[in-house]
Design a protein around this ligand. Structure first.
Ligand SMILES: Nc1ncnc2c1ncn2[C@@H]1O[C@H](COP(=O)(O)OP(=O)(O)OP(=O)(O)O)[C@@H](O)[C@H]1O
Length: 244
């Protein structure tokens, strides 16, 4: 059974569609990278799919009652503001709200994001990247079948970026699924099992990283050229040149 199904999802900001008739289905075990230039509609797509923005078309998630939706999917928004000076452990445990208390889930989330040493620190007194890791851990503590994350690795150092991508790939290997918007095409090529390429609100490519990061699609959507290589450790992709 699919974890998310969108059928002609359209989100308007004002009169213009910023997500324009997007359809796709996500199955258990997928790590989906949502890519596209600034303003392509990635955030609007994620928020529309969750029912946080008015939309036309159908999203299997937004169709659910709120409580069932919270059990089905966890969401990490783009905004990273942490308002309350609670400890890291308390903030991560908030991911369990409405679910039975489960110290193991919180502990596991702290471990996955290498935050055990931060558990007693005030979340508001952490750096931007550290706060982002705490917010990812809160999403992990929810233990939902699906995670939606809006630019989760933005602002993280290279170790935390790779760790986060590996954590998401690990969730997919366990049969859960992740959809993450991401600007770093190298990380997306290396860790995602599938990429969705949005351009001006439309889904213009959907496939493996090799199928999506083609010269033509990179030129059309991003106006760039890139370097590809297959190494024993996995695929490598590096944007190299602006074409326009
Ligand atoms: N509150 C708003 N009111 C009007 N237009 C908006 C609003 N928020 C976003 N938009 C427009 O909707 C379009 C899609 O924006 P969205 O934030 O979904 O793009 P994105 O792909 O997530 O971009 P980025 O990579 O820059 O985060 C853009 O053209 C943007 O200018």
């Amino acid at each position: 059974m699919s974890l998310l199904s969108l059928d002609k999802l359209t989100v308007r900001r004002g009169v213009c569609p910023v997500v324009d008739g997007v359809s796709f289905t996500v199955q258990p075990g997928e790590f989906v990278g949502l890519i596209g230039p600034n303003g392509a509609g990635k955030t609007s797509l994620l928020r529309g799919a969750l029912g946080l923005l008015p939309h036309e078309g159908r999203s299997s998630l937004s169709a659910l009652p709120a409580a069932a939706r919270a059990r089905a999917a966890a969401f990490m928004p783009q905004g990273r503001e942490i308002a309350w000076p609670v400890t890291v452990e308390t903030l991560v445990a908030l991911g369990r709200s409405g679910q039975p208390e489960d110290g193991t889930a919180v502990e596991e989330a702290l471990r996955r994001m290498a935050l055990q040493g931060y558990r007693g620190r005030k979340a508001t007194a952490l750096s931007g990247g550290e706060q982002a890791r705490v917010l990812i851990a809160r999403v992990l503590a929810q233990e939902t079948p699906l995670v939606l994350a809006d630019e989760p690795v933005a602002g993280l150092d290279p170790e935390a970026q790779i760790r986060t991508m590996q954590v998401f790939a690990g969730l997919a290997a366990e049969g859960r699924s992740v959809i993450a918007s991401i600007h770093d095409l190298g990380l997306a090529a290396r860790h995602c099992s599938r990429l969705l390429l949005l351009h001006r609100g439309q889904l213009i490519a959907d496939g493996t990283p090799a199928e999506v990061l083609t010269d033509q699609l990179l030129a059309d959507a991003f106006g760039i050229k890139g370097f590809h290589a297959m190494t024993p450790e996995g695929p490598v992709f590096q944007p190299t040149e602006v074409l326009r």
